[in-house]
Ligand binder design. Structure first.
Ligand SMILES: C[S@@+](CC[C@H](N)C(=O)[O-])C[C@H]1O[C@@H](n2cnc3c(N)ncnc32)[C@H](O)[C@@H]1O
Length: 500
């Protein structure tokens, strides 16, 4: 059963500092017509009406019982109108938007990732010009900007993923070209009572609708972060806050229109100015999935982490040397091949996992609906395995004569000689700063990895790093450990090359 709270994403803004910061950002004078697209129990309305009795308010709420409570609460107020409706599909609102909008202000804490069925998603996608329909908050944002009149103001509290994720590219472009951003504050989701989604931070964005394209591109605004507590929101003069100034034109010109919110300007500049990226010099591909790992994936021994669900492999049936690249399966008895799985291990992963790879089963993988026999031209080649998710820093381990699974992005340099240098790079703090600026969440999917700038090392840098890495790999193979001086020297050289 999905709870009502989950369906409606009814997490109310029970935080006085957040509510008053957001209402202050609207900078009201009492004459405005205001829209609240997902009113909940009316926290924003209460705050606004207590200061500005004379404003006019239209509030929408989908959930019948929340709607009834609102109706009751504001029954004495003629200037407050409540409607039970789905804001995303409401036809009156859609019509009003098509006429250019009418509201002087919109304020909202819209549902994040609200639950919708697939049919709904497809129709929303059509309705919203192909905008990404799985994550509802961006649709609320789009519709609400449309609903503003020229010069109208909007304040939203939403996850910060619209600043960087590829799927939100269109909404970034829309905001950058149709509005003037006033300010954005970034803070941990734990500031929001009852919510703590580890995957992203929250943001409060304030903007003003404007139809003048060139004046929008000329507009500059600040992003604030580094708050020590929720009470500091809006206290932008505090010394310890990080204040990053952006011109909308520069953000629009970034690849994917991403907001580069690294504290270190050097990192952002390197990404912005990159002549070559990892995507230019490497092929990046996600790996294989059997469709049923429980039956087809085997583990070397039960002492391996997270191996409870899997059987031990019959060690007499392993083909360790896959240099012949058996893409169509193995015809001998030795039907198990090593596979590299996710999990953050630097430089070299021991062969702990094995995939069933007989000719018959590979034929099956190729046809099975659940299996993913994808990017097979990279199977068993020499490359670098980067786990798709990294809890702390990004890591890379060498893959050679092995399969890699779908939790891995396999990176295959076009010039194979660069592989050792790149292995050091993917394990370096420099690379971590770059990827976390490109995408601040823990996700390293290939679209983001491809955007990492590549600066060519000097022959001397490449030589030293390659020698160090070869030693590190040997040491890891023998003992599971390596001499950290070698790694430090590599990191230092890469730091000198990039300047951070
Ligand atoms: C995250 S809550 C926020 C409520 C309130 N604005 C606040 O900050 O406390 C989102 C609200 O939107 C409502 N809602 C969800 N989907 C909606 C939709 N499609 N149209 C209108 N309201 C919706 C939910 O019922 C919930 O009350």
């Amino acid at each position: 059963m999905i709870s009502e709270q989950r369906i409606f994403q009814a997490y109310y803004t029970k935080s006085e500092p957040i509510v008053s910061y957001m209402v202050d950002l609207l900078d009201l004078n009492g004459t405005e017509t205001i829209f609240e697209p997902c009113a909940g129990d009316g926290v924003f309305l209460d705050s606004i009406l207590s200061k500005y009795e004379t404003v006019k308010v239209d509030a929408f709420e989908l959930n019948l019982s929340a709607y009834n409570k609102l109706k009751n609460k504001y029954s004495d107020l003629e200037n407050v109108s409540i409607k039970q409706t789905d804001t995303l599909t409401d036809l009156d609102l859609e019509f009003l938007c098509s006429m250019g909008g009418k509201y002087d202000a919109v304020i909202a804490n819209p549902p994040y990732g609200a639950w919708r069925n697939t049919e709904d998603k497809a129709s929303l996608k059509r309705r919203f010009n192909g905008f990404y329909a799985k994550e509802s908050y961006s649709l609320f944002l789009y519709r609400s900007i449309e609903a503003l009149n020229e010069g109208g103001k909007l304040v939203f509290i939403i996850p910060d993923t619209y600043l960087n994720l590829n799927m939100h590219k269109d909404i970034r472009k829309y905001i950058l070209t149709n509005t003037k951003i006033k300010e954005i504050s970034l803070f941990p989701s734990s500031y929001f009572p009852g919510v703590n989604f580890g995957y992203a931070n929250l943001s409060i964005i304030a903007l003003e609708k404007c139809s003048n394209y060139s004046s929008n591109l000329n507009n500059s605004f600040n992003i604030y972060k580094g708050f020590k507590s929720v009470e500091e929101l809006g206290k932008n003069e505090l010394q310890h806050l990080t204040k990053l100034n952006f011109k909308q034109e520069n953000v629009l010109n970034n690849d994917g229109h991403i907001f580069l919110t690294s504290k270190n300007q050097n990192v952002s500049d390197t990404i912005r100015k990159a002549k070559l990226t990892i995507g230019d010099i490497c092929d990046c591909a996600t790996g294989f999935y059997s469709g049923n790992d429980k039956d087809r994936l085997k583990v070397l021994s039960k002492s391996i982490r997270n191996s409870k669900r899997y059987e031990e492999v019959d060690k007499t049936k392993i083909t360790y040397d896959c240099s012949s690249r058996p893409l169509n399966g193995i015809e001998t008895e030795k039907v198990y091949v090593p596979i590299v799985k996710g999990g953050n291990v630097k430089y070299f992963k021991a062969d702990n996992w094995f995939m069933e790879w007989s000719k018959e089963i590979v034929d099956f993988y190729k046809k099975d609906k659940k299996a993913r026999y994808q990017n097979s031209s990279y199977y068993f080649r020499k490359g670098i395995a980067v786990p798709m998710v990294s809890s702390s820093s990004i890591t890379g381990a060498i893959i050679e004569n092995r399969l890699f699974d779908q939790s891995i992005v396999g990176i295959f340099p076009k010039n194979e000689e660069l592989i050792y240098y790149l292995l050091a790079f993917f394990n370096s703090p420099t690379c971590n700063k770059l990827i976390r600026t490109i995408n601040p969440s823990t996700n390293n999917s290939s679209n983001y990895i491809k955007k990492i700038p590549f600066l060519e090392p000097t022959p001397e840098q490449e030589r030293i790093i390659t020698e160090n890495i070869k030693q590190i790999i040997e040491q890891v193979k023998l003992s599971g450990n390596y001499d950290s001086d070698l790694e430090n020297e590599n990191n230092k050289l890469i730091n000198e090359l990039y300047g951070f």
